[in-house]
Design a protein around this ligand. Structure first.
Ligand SMILES: [Fe+2]
Length: 358
């Protein structure tokens, strides 16, 4: 009898130790271990031959509008956010149901802080569930706070995005001082309607000279492939270019060279972003007509400056904070509608608290 009790006790101890070890292992490998991922070398040179077949396309149906929904700064952060995932899911569900996008862009900071592996996998699964092409760029928080400190390093994030069947992301050349620079075209009946440049402005404080050279190389290649006509371009990046600040100051002090496009102009936070390095002029030479950024949740406007529309996109989701000013919630999403060769921009504002699961 005594032996039997001893044996049962031993079994119970083994089960408890086994369970504790399993829980610790899962917690360690999902929340603490740092995965750096595989290093892929793709060295780009200006002398490389451009091949239009390497540029992905999203086809617009003729006679139908084409909607691009931008989700900015979703910022899924930590265990608490993971447990509240249904709240962000409900908001994104609503934004998609309302705008019926043909393409979803994410202008960076999809995740925030170190527990990014679970956060990113949850978000990617959600985006894949809509079966709509989607295209993210990195922000300054996607692989840790201002550095590669997160569970999933930058290469791992690239792997996750590149494996998602509906995601257009490509890590792009690895010698541009950043990862996740890529280009795709929106076509109609096979004809290029728009070129979309996705730029990583993430951790670095400026768009690098290599990025600019690569951008121009792509734009030139697409122009040649398009019979010598440069398609209108859009550029999505996380941090605002300095011209966002210039345009806002000129708007504020009525310089007369800025046109207000959005219904209102909201600026509660700093307009600081990337340093001046000619990226704006380079984008203009590539016939880019829309530049879209996120990063500061308290800013939201579309201003036309030097024939380019500069859009500070509306923050998506209640995670990571948003600005609430009386009845104005700076939350929801900014979306673009391509209709009869014209592109309009609008906000879908929501009170994110309504999506909280009680
Ligand atoms: Fe940011």
């Amino acid at each position: 009898m005594k032996e039997k009790v001893k044996f049962s006790l031993l079994i119970a101890v083994c089960i408890v130790v086994g369970l504790a070890f399993s829980v610790f292992s899962i917690a360690y490998f999902l929340l603490l271990h740092h995965y750096s991922g595989k290093n892929v070398d793709y060295i780009w040179q200006e002398t490389d031959e451009f091949c239009i077949e390497n540029i992905k396309t999203v086809e617009k149906n003729a006679d139908e509008d084409f909607v691009i929904l931008n989700l900015a700064d979703v910022q899924m952060c930590d265990l608490e956010d993971i447990l509240h995932f249904n709240t962000i899911k409900a908001e994104i569900d609503f934004l998609i149901k309302t705008t019926k996008p043909n393409l979803i862009t994410l202008s960076g900071d999809q995740t925030w802080s170190n527990e990014n592996l679970i956060c990113l996998m949850l978000l990617v699964n959600l985006l894949e569930s809509y079966k709509i092409p989607w295209a993210p760029v990195f922000g300054n928080h996607d692989y840790g706070n201002e550095g590669c400190t997160a569970v999933a390093g930058k290469n791992v994030c690239c792997d996750i995005y590149e494996r998602a069947p509906h995601c257009l992301f490509s890590r792009g050349p690895t010698n541009l001082n950043s990862l996740g620079n890529y280009v795709f075209n929106i076509t109609e009946n096979g004809k290029i309607l728009k070129t979309v440049f996705m730029l990583d402005s993430g951790y670095e404080q400026k768009i690098s000279n290599e990025q600019i050279a690569w951008l121009k190389w792509n734009a030139n290649g697409i122009k040649i492939a398009n019979g010598g006509v440069a398609p209108e371009g859009m550029c999505f990046l996380h941090k605002p270019l300095p011209e966002f600040r210039t345009a806002y100051v000129h708007y504020l002090y009525d310089y007369g060279d800025v046109t207000q496009i959005s219904e209102d102009v909201q600026v509660f936070y700093s307009l600081n972003g990337s340093e001046q390095n000619g990226a704006f002029d380079a984008l203009k030479t590539c016939n880019v007509k829309d530049i879209v950024c996120g990063h500061q949740h308290g800013n939201n406007f579309t201003l036309s400056y030097q024939d380019v529309r500069l859009t500070f996109a509306l923050k998506t989701g209640e995670l990571g904070g948003f600005v609430q000013n009386e009845d104005v919630y700076l939350n929801g999403a900014t979306f673009f509608t391509i209709s009869n060769l014209q592109t309009s921009v609008a906000n879908l504002r929501v009170n994110p608290n309504q999506f909280k699961i009680k």
